[in-house]
Design a protein around this ligand. Structure first.
Ligand code: ATP
Length: 591
């Protein structure tokens, strides 16, 4: 098949913004494409050579692409650079360069060799796969080879594709429509084609199956280990009342972890991890790979969950940014893993030992999940309740926020609650808090207890239990666990410093509902800065003042390095001051 045909269709597609027109052009293209190359035609039209999850991208550096144009046309790189600055589009630069070359060359091009789709595709694959010594030169040659034969219009699209900027603006859904019409004669097949795409998101493969075996073949496409399933997504509603209403009065409520969605596939010893955008993350999370192997007791499964970095000493969930540098980084992973271990919170299972579970209702899937996985330090089940009681759900929501989550995801528990791959529907509804504000001031808190250290902090304290002062009741009320901001030396010295204040149970002037490993006479005051103040069902600070059953907590507290030796514990920040700060924080957001 001639590549020219693709280039002409791309030109037409570019000239319209109407989806129906685009679909018509694609239908005409696919209908006249032979079975042998239909997959390649589809990938090229997506601006790719493989489905995304394979992780093999074109994306040739512009610098190398310019060199290839020079090699094919003899036009100097400086001149090309100027053209690039003017047009801002490598495609146009290549097109103009080829035109120019043709004007300068005297012989006719009419009888020349034509570029085939196969040739373009093959060279693209070789360019993407070339690595190691001499690979740059090889890539330049492979591209120059195409440009030597290419017509100006072809050069435009070859260049845009090879630098990863084809951008025809065709949504996958438009391609699905076009394939259904081209191979089934109408959009009626669309439902089956879409289902296949949702569980096997490889449009080239689906096109090939359609061309070879028709719709019967497509209906047989199944979930396959190592090929990601498109993630199920959640709708949003603003109140718990509306959510319960929509869910028929009762629902499961799970913590909405604020991390990275991970779909884990396991087949005996082999594990694959995929992001929500279906990128392969396996190399970046060797710790998750090892953890899932340890926790899963069967042979084959696909799990859905959210990975969150955790402070092993405070148990606090950390903002995802602390591990985001792991993405795209091949080296130094081991160190990153040790520094910030992640916990994978599993909330679903969609495949088990040869069986597709996507059509099994949610409650049953959760049961199957819990039966086949044993929780470990690194693999946990998403915390949840099943409830129809607004007060109970509100309290659970506060707890989720205090524990570092964004809110809750409500899940339908009825027989219709299947796993709808790739869909955003009301079977899952997210409920997020509507404010987030920074704490501007530092506060002074009293150390009332401590927790034994883990990991690198073994032998010293992992975190301190901190309290604010309530002058009305003359007592200290807990508000956070403090584990960060200390130097290694300070950390090592903590047990020695607190030795003289140690007592064997919670001090009578301390109100705590948390069991600490060590208790102290409230005496030492530390300066602390936090990210924000949240409502908390666990901490006792200002309990019942803002909301019944809830106290206040500080999120992401850090020691500023300042020991307030100049303050008595009764001079620490008061619970009333924290209430005031919390109210101001909310006002600031509402403004
Ligand atoms: P947002 O930007 O609001 O997080 P989103 O667009 O990333 O939303 P949504 O589908 O709207 O994604 O919300 C669901 C997302 O929440 C999932 O993709 C997943 O990453 C995350 N999540 C965290 N905990 C859960 C849970 N228990 N169940 C389902 N999804 C969860």
């Amino acid at each position: 098949m001639e590549y020219r045909k693709l280039a002409e269709v791309y030109q037409k597609i570019e000239s319209t913004t109407k989806r129906l027109e685009m679909t018509d052009y694609l239908v005409a293209l696919f209908s006249s494409t032979s079975k042998d190359v239909i997959d390649k035609v589809v990938y090229l039209t997506q601006g790719k050579i493989y489905p995304d999850y394979m992780g093999i991208e074109l994306g040739l550096a512009e610098k190398l692409a310019l060199k290839a144009i020079t090699r094919a046309t003899g036009i100097g790189e400086k001149e090309l650079q100027t053209m690039l600055q003017k047009h801002g589009d490598m495609g146009i630069v290549a097109e103009e360069a080829i035109k120019k070359k043709r004007q300068l060359t005297l012989f006719s091009f009419e009888s020349e060799e034509r570029l085939s789709v196969e040739k373009v595709y093959d060279n693209f694959v070789k360019i993407a796969r070339a690595s190691g010594e001499g690979s740059q030169d090889k890539k330049i040659n492979l591209l120059a080879e195409l440009l030597n034969i290419a017509e100006p219009l072809e050069a435009r699209y070859i260049l845009r594709t090879v630098v990863g900027k084809l951008r025809l603006g065709i949504a996958d859904m438009t391609l699905l429509d076009a394939l259904s019409i081209a191979f089934g004669g109408s959009k009626e097949l669309r439902e089956f084609v879409e289902r296949a795409y949702n569980i096997h998101p490889d449009l080239g493969y689906i096109a090939k199956v359609l061309a070879d075996k028709g719709i019967a073949g497509v209906k047989k496409i199944k979930i396959q280990l190592g090929i990601p399933v498109r993630a199920m997504l959640a709708e949003r509603l603003p109140s718990l009342e509306e959510i319960l209403n929509k869910m028929g009065g009762k629902a499961a409520f799970e913590y909405k972890y604020d991390g990275l969605r991970i779909q884990a596939h396991i087949k005996n010893d082999k594990v694959w991890l995929y992001s929500r955008r279906l990128e392969n993350l396996t190399e970046q999370f060797p710790d998750v790979v090892a953890a899932i192997k340890e926790a899963f007791k069967g042979n084959e499964a696909i799990f859905d969950g959210e990975a969150v970095p955790v402070d092993i000493n405070t148990g606090e969930l950390l903002p995802f940014q602390v591990v985001s540098h792991r993405r795209g980084r091949k080296y130094g992973i081991e160190k990153a893993v040790e520094e910030y271990p992640v916990v994978l919170f599993l909330f679903d299972i969609i495949y088990l030992n040869g069986e597709d579970l996507t059509r099994v209702p949610y409650m049953e899937r959760r049961e199957i999940l819990e039966k086949n996985v044993e929780e470990t330090d690194r693999i946990k089940f998403a915390t949840r309740i099943v409830s129809s009681d607004i007060a109970e759900i509100k309290e659970f929501f506060n707890k989720a926020i205090e524990d570092g989550c964004e809110g809750l995801v409500a899940k339908n528990t009825g027989p219709e609650s299947i796993y709808r791959a790739g869909a955003r529907e009301f079977l899952w509804i997210k409920y997020k808090r509507d404010y987030r504000a920074e704490m501007a001031d530092t506060i002074d808190l009293v150390v009332v207890g401590a927790f034994a250290g883990k990991g690198r902090r073994k032998g010293t304290y992992g975190a301190l239990l901190m309290a604010a002062y309530n002058p009305k009741k003359d007592r200290f009320e807990t508000v956070c666990k403090l584990g960060s901001g200390f130097t290694d030396e300070q950390l090592a010295n903590l047990p020695r410093i607190f030795e003289e204040y140690k007592i064997d149970k919670c001090h009578p002037r301390v109100w705590s509902e948390i069991e600490a490993d060590y208790w102290f006479i409230p005496r030492i005051v530390l300066e602390v800065i936090g990210a924000e103040i949240t409502l908390s069902p666990t901490h006792t600070c200002a309990r019942d003042v803002i909301e019944k059953g809830a106290g206040l907590a500080i999120r992401f507290p850090r020691f500023t390095g300042r020991w307030r030796d100049d303050k008595w514990p009764e001079e620490a920040t008061t619970t009333e001051e924290l209430v005031e700060m919390y109210r101001n924080q909310i006002k600031k957001v509402e403004k």
